[in-house]
Design a protein. Structure first.
Length: 396
């Protein structure tokens, strides 16, 4: 067991439901941004797509812009207040990128929005003459730390062959041309949070479904400096896919889950290739997402309870933090009675905010809103953008 594995296992020793609020100070201040790249998501081939993306219903939904202060967020309650627009917040990224269908689940675009106003400032439409992976692989995207640079998986002739490409935002948030990273990916970018990159942009991790396999997945890690690709395989009879993918800041470990909502596992990227389950270790049986701060001293985590199922479609989402040098944990925010609860946030480059999506729970249908969670205060801010009929991935 590596030193980091041991520290993470200790950090997860207490259940999130027993976390004591306010027991440690907030996370460290923003780090100096370094060059870096992005992340993304979609529902696996399981019962969840039937719950979330009935095509006729999704197409019929009309997104309505609702003022943030008036929005009934998730029928639940945050650990602290739900706020208005996030203008002026220290270190808050100006823009974020999300994949949106506009009601047509076969035509995704990568959309750049203002964090303050929620308005669209730029767009990358479906590329190379094909949809962004159709319903399954709809626009995977991950952010490089603090440089307004992103990586995305671009289909090449269909959903089972993609190439990784980079794009950057200018001062007005408009995306520039896509630049190939010379990494070809065979397989479908299926599942949530299936693309991650280190803050320095040197290491990329991704998970894919092996097309036509009936239940085989792969987790791969690419060293962009050398072009070396390492792949670990996983086969599931229940189509529990590897997801919630997060790289450690130095690229030496990958945090991920096998199925939703967990358990949380860790894989050393230096491990020999082979079975993903055999080469990785469980570090928490209850955590659905985890990430380390850039300084390696603070761990952020998310739990879902009870786990979602065919019969149980709502639950509680809890975000917490823990200093790896101490023993106590702190609840940052808790959202109760959330439909289709999932943990798929994007941590900002300064380790100060999380970007996540929660259900809107409007009458007779479920829409999704993008919100900002302040990791210091626990305050939740709803970005005043139109609600989306399908849960999307977001990165900054």
């Amino acid at each position: 067991m590596s030193k980091l594995e041991g520290r993470l296992r200790d950090a997860f020793s207490a259940e999130a439901e027993t976390v004591k609020a306010g027991s440690i100070p907030g996370p460290p201040g923003p780090a100096t941004p370094r060059r870096s790249l992005p992340r993304r998501a979609t529902w696996p081939r399981s019962w969840q797509p039937r719950l979330l993306i009935p095509v006729a219903a999704a197409s019929a939904v009309v997104a309505v812009v609702v003022a943030a202060a008036a929005l009934p967020l998730g029928r639940g309650h945050a650990h602290s207040a739900v706020g208005n627009a996030a203008a002026g917040s220290a270190g808050l990224p100006q823009y974020f990128v999300t994949n949106e269908s506009g009601g047509d689940v076969d035509q995704y675009s990568l959309v750049v929005r203002s964090t303050r106003t929620g308005k669209i400032v730029g767009r990358l439409k479906p590329l190379h003459g094909v949809p962004y992976g159709g319903v399954a692989g709809s626009g995977s995207v991950a952010a490089i730390g603090g440089d307004r640079a992103y990586v995305t998986a671009v289909p090449v002739g269909g959903p089972c062959l993609s190439q990784l490409e980079e794009f950057r935002l200018n001062g007005r948030g408009q995306p520039g041309s896509l630049m190939p990273l010379h990494v070809m990916v065979r397989g479908d970018f299926d599942g949530w949070d299936n693309l991650a990159i280190t803050p320095d942009g040197r290491t990329i991790a991704y998970t894919t479904y092996v097309c036509g396999s009936g239940g085989s997945f792969e987790l791969s890690v690419v060293d962009l400096a050398t072009g070396q690709v390492k792949t670990w395989s996983y086969t599931s009879t229940t189509l529990a896919y590897p997801g919630a993918l997060v790289l450690s800041p130095d690229g030496r470990e990958v945090l991920f889950t096998l199925g939703s909502p967990g358990p949380e596992r860790i894989l050393r990227t230096s491990a020999p290739t082979g079975s993903l389950a055999a080469r990785s270790q469980v570090i928490s049986s209850t955590t659905s997402w985890a990430a380390l701060a850039r300084n390696g001293a603070v761990l952020y985590g998310c739990t879902v309870s009870p786990p979602p199922s065919r019969r149980q479609t709502s639950g509680t989402i809890t975000f917490f933090s823990r200093s790896l040098a101490r023993t106590a944990e702190r609840v940052i925010a808790r959202y109760r009675d959330v439909l289709y609860p999932t943990c798929m946030p994007s941590l900002d480059p300064g380790d100060r905010y999380l970007l996540l999506e929660l259900t809107n729970n409007l009458p007779r249908h479920t829409d999704w809103r993008t919100v900002v969670l302040d990791l210091r205060s626990g305050r939740t801010t709803v970005i005043p953008a139109p609600a989306q009929p399908i849960q999307a991935s977001a990165a900054w």
